[in-house]
Ligand binder design. Structure first.
Ligand SMILES: [Zn+2]
Length: 218
């Protein structure tokens, strides 16, 4: 058996001792103990997303990235600690209010290269766990896909916004229902360009009820 550890990967030393030790307090048993999970919910402050502009949907954010949630996301994504998918989905469940009727969670599509590097699709996995916690009226659908025809147009701010606007396309295999609530889900809000672009695409496709869910705000 061999392990391939890329030199870009920051290993959490706790992983070498006990893969399932709590990222908050070090207790052995799970990647996030119930106590630390409940502390995140109990101690967080209200979060307002920056520069959303007018007509942006209601947004629900678990916590600030500088807090424990930031460590959890990092370990989950870059150290492939998949055991964190369930606690992260539970945190999301304690953040998004109950919704009546049909609900579709739409993970913002991950770049395929990143899925290959990490060995799993991090937002899709949390979305699936979240729907399982919620019940039968919740489904995950890949309503948005990455636009493979995007061209690299540079790294300044206006180029990045332009790139984000072209990042997604609507999946033609999935039809939009105006009575369904769509939850657009991503891990971290940084500039918000990706999420704004996703909201726009979903609206253009005919979605009337949209909410936004994020694990953290930068
Ligand atoms: Zn703990």
């Amino acid at each position: 058996m061999s392990f391939i550890v890329k030199n870009t990967t920051l290993l959490n030393p706790l992983d070498l001792i006990a893969p399932h030790s709590c990222r908050g307090c070090g207790a052995i048993g799970s990647a996030l103990c119930d106590c630390c999970k409940n502390n995140i919910i109990a101690n967080r402050k209200a979060i307002k997303l920056k520069s959303t502009g007018r007509n942006f949907p209601s947004a629900f954010v678990v916590d600030h990235r500088s807090k424990l949630i930031g460590t959890l996301i990092h370990d989950y994504k870059y150290n492939s600690v998949r055991a964190l998918a369930t606690p992260l989905a539970k945190l999301l469940g304690q953040t998004i209010p109950a919704i009546d009727g049909q609900v579709v969670i739409v993970p913002l599509p991950t770049i395929s290269k990143h899925i290959r590097e990490r060995g799993f699709d991090h937002t899709l996995l949390i979305a699936k766990k979240f729907t399982r916690l919620r019940g039968k009226n919740y489904k995950v659908k890949k309503v948005l896909l990455r636009n493979k025809n995007t061209i690299q147009v540079g790294a300044n701010k206006s180029s990045r916004i332009k790139q984000a606007e072209m990042a997604y396309i609507k999946n033609n295999k999935i039809s939009i229902d105006k009575n369904t609530t769509y939850i657009l889900f991503d891990d971290v809000w940084t500039t918000g360009a990706s999420m704004k672009s996703a909201v726009k695409k979903l609206r253009e496709a005919g979605a009337k009820k949209i909410i936004v869910a994020l694990l953290a705000m930068s």
